[in-house]
Design a protein around this ligand. Sequence first.
Ligand code: ASP
Length: 355
Amino acid sequence: MTTYRTVSINTASPSPAQAKIMIVYTGGTFGMVRNKEGSLIPFDFASILEHLPTLKNLFLDLTVVSFDDPIDSSNIQPTHWQTIGQIISDHYQQHDGFVVLHGTDTMSFTASALSFMLQGLAKPVIFTGAQLPISEPRSDARENLITSLEIAAAKKDGQPLVPEVCVFFDYELLRGNRSKKVESRHFDAFESSNYPVLAKAGVAIDYNYNAIHVPRAGRVFKLRSGFNNQVAVLKFFPGISEATVSAVVATPGLQALVIETFGSGNAPALGWLKKLLAKAIDQGLLVLNITQCGGGRVEQGKYETSQWLKEIGVISGADMTLEAAVTKLMILLSEQGLEKTKQLIGKPLAGELTV
Ligand code: ASP
């Protein structure tokens, strides 16, 4: 388990707090400062007020949990997801909302994983980060954090306004398991091509009420925390070799293979490919079809080049992102086993796909 500590931030506001929010600081570019040599290193979150004095003016009661060793999110592992899930679960009742500070590289994987882990979630869990460290004058970190806190604290008729796992970045609030990192240089790093933006922050924050999840009454909050990583991803390209596909399919212990296909779920109709995949499916492998396109959906049978996938038993991933597909597979395989996962993977679990 990743170790972490709790840092108390005295916002020093004389007025009563409007909401009690927990910030979970995991690392990423957001919290980097330059050392004497000019290299970027993670900063001690206890010094956040030096970088963000505005925090003092928010009418929020803040608790900050900081990873002892903040990480570049490219190092994230399911054990980190378990830690984040456990922190939220342990503090769920006492807080109105959560903001998770996370590197952008794998933020969509973590947000997707958490959306499946936090069953019956009825409070906001907002992921955010930055493209430029908070120590840089032009950093996007300040705006991203302040607005995320505001969204995590927002209520309507006494109820949390956005009771789901989201990514807030560059003035847009996206459903976490629909988000995708699409840009490494500009500030608009995330997109949600297959689901509307949940809110846009300008002079005011405009919420898209019709698109925001409404929690089912009486559903009890519960943490799912098992992961089975016997999963592989195979991206197709013109010219992919038989040796490559057979090596992936023969991975010892492999239970699920995500094939990243062209367009609406199409793949080269090659004899050897059909034979290899059909044999693997007959032997029990779950094969899931996800499109390489950023937007749109898999429609097996629309073209002849996807009809054959349907015929051999490949499961359609509809409009799921790769991030949602991989994390959902890991959780379902661990919790439900292979046969049940085959039945459940194509059905929505947390708003990640449209049937
Ligand atoms: N490599 C960094 C990370 O994902 C990039 C970022 O935070 O934007 O942790």
